[in-house]
Design a protein around this ligand. Structure first.
Ligand code: ATP
Ligand code: MG
Length: 419
């Protein structure tokens, strides 16, 4: 047997300490905010049949063609570790009869898997928070979903990212725009990057997303969606933007924002750090923190009835990077057992305090003389020393803050413990 310790899988992370605190803060804040907007919590499987993602996202997308963790299980069925939440939630909507709850607002969070080149802010197992409104065709749904994203970012203390907003129009607008883009890029195909040449046939909208310097010169003059929007699609977008203004959500128009996946219609958006901001510095080139849009076409690609829907997802790691390191919450009470026979007093007191929502550490091991100093090192608001006077437990308190309520709680806990 080899004695070498197995190493972690490339692109996975073990999150600990201040970073884990930041991660938890993101999730807790999301849980609080989604309740304000009455999004219902769902828990979804980590894997699905491969076709759930292949059919929803489209075979030509980067995620399906290059990034999925797919495998045959022992029964020979092709399964895939979820690379995103939306497809699985859409599948559940159809297979679990969630249509009866429409319009359905759901939220979830958890790990996702994509075979990507790992770098700062980009992992093979990463985590997202996710919110979806299914069965709502009105622009108000888009507005509410975006207002929730905006409030979440603010409550996380992130004020230097801005909503970049675009519309892809309805199916017909999108197709007309797509055809115009193909004509335009075909004329200069020889000068485009290999990747964009490939996209020209399969997924031409994605060329607009290109960061390759060879493509950049052609992007500014590419046809714009606005020229192809049907009247209905324009009215829809206008209702979204005026709703955002009313909700106090700042936004900028991003005419070449397309989002990678095939299923998007109408509203498409990303929250991106402002140029030169602290958040931009923290994230480096991995700049989108939250992205999503309307996916009215998705349910049909899974064999369901046409169902309008809109959603977003945000990387928890990227949000945590913007939140920055967070200290663990301060300890309320450390109890140092400085007289061995009375350690039960400490246990009983700790139980009483914890039942009243105070955090407690009990120091009752190691050299008796060093326990008080050990307790002090934990930097608690109060240190309670349990000592001995003629065989009876006695109590000494040292506090570093004045908190009468906690003071009283300690007195009560003491009385409880010695009786
Ligand atoms: P990118 O352009 O950065 O690859 P994407 O368009 O693939 O992002 P989405 O599928 O929209 O991303 O996922 C939404 C969010 O999830 C992203 O904005 C980002 O915060 C996060 N995310 C996506 N892929 C990763 C990854 N590999 N590692 C960490 N976070 C990720
Ligand atoms: Mg990606």
């Amino acid at each position: 047997m080899s004695k070498k310790t197995p190493q972690p899988v490339r692109g996975t992370q073990d999150i600990f300490g201040a970073e884990a605190e930041a991660f938890a803060f993101v999730v807790e804040t999301f849980e609080r905010v989604r309740r304000l907007y009455r999004f219902r919590r769902v828990e979804m499987p980590v894997f699905e049949k491969t076709e759930v993602f292949a059919r929803s996202l489209g075979e030509t997308t980067d995620v399906v063609s290059k990034e999925m963790y797919s495998f045959d299980d022992r029964g020979g069925e092709s399964l895939t570790l979820r690379p995103e939440f939306t497809a699985g939630i859409a599948r559940a909507f159809l297979t679990d009869g969630w249509q009866q709850y429409a319009p359905l607002k759901v939220a979830t969070h958890g790990p996702l898997f994509r075979y990507e080149r790992p770098q700062k802010g980009r992992y093979r197992q990463f985590h997202q928070i996710d919110a979806e409104v299914i069965g709502a065709a009105e622009p108000q749904a888009d507005v509410e979903l975006l207002a929730m994203a905006d409030q979440l970012l603010k409550e996380l203390g992130i004020h230097d990212v801005t909503l970049h907003l675009n519309t892809l129009g309805d199916g017909a607008s999108r197709e007309a725009w797509r055809a115009a883009l193909v004509d335009y890029f075909r004329a200069v195909a020889g000068d485009l990057s290999e990747e964009s040449q490939e996209r020209l046939e399969k997924n031409p909208l994605r060329i607009l997303d290109s960061k390759d310097p060879r493509d950049k010169p052609f992007l500014a003059d590419a046809p714009k969606i606005d020229a192809f929007l049907s009247e209905e699609a324009s009215a829809f977008f206008a209702a979204v933007t005026s709703g955002l203004d009313a909700a106090g959500v700042k936004w900028v128009r991003a005419e070449s924002l397309v989002r990678g996946l095939d299923y998007y219609r109408h509203t498409a958006f990303e929250f991106i750090p402002d140029e030169g901001s602290a958040s931009a510095a923290a994230l480096g080139s991995q700049s989108t923190v939250l992205g999503g849009g309307r996916y009215d076409g998705l349910m049909e690609s899974l064999g369901g009835a046409p169902t309008p829907a809109v959603g977003w997802a945000a990387g928890i790691e990227r949000l945590a990077m913007l939140v920055g390191a967070r200290e663990e919450e301060r300890l309320d009470v450390a109890i140092a057992v400085e007289a061995e026979p009375h350690s039960e007093v400490a246990i009983s007191m700790a139980r009483h305090l914890r039942n009243n929502r105070y955090s407690v550490e009990v120091v009752s091991t190691g050299s008796v003389k060093k326990r008080f100093d050990k307790a002090a090192k934990m930097n608690p608001a109060y240190i309670v020393s349990v000592s001995d006077e003629a065989g009876e437990p006695s109590r000494g308190i040292r506090s570093t803050v004045t908190d009468e309520v906690l003071d009283d709680a300690i007195k009560t806990a003491w009385a409880y413990a010695i009786n």
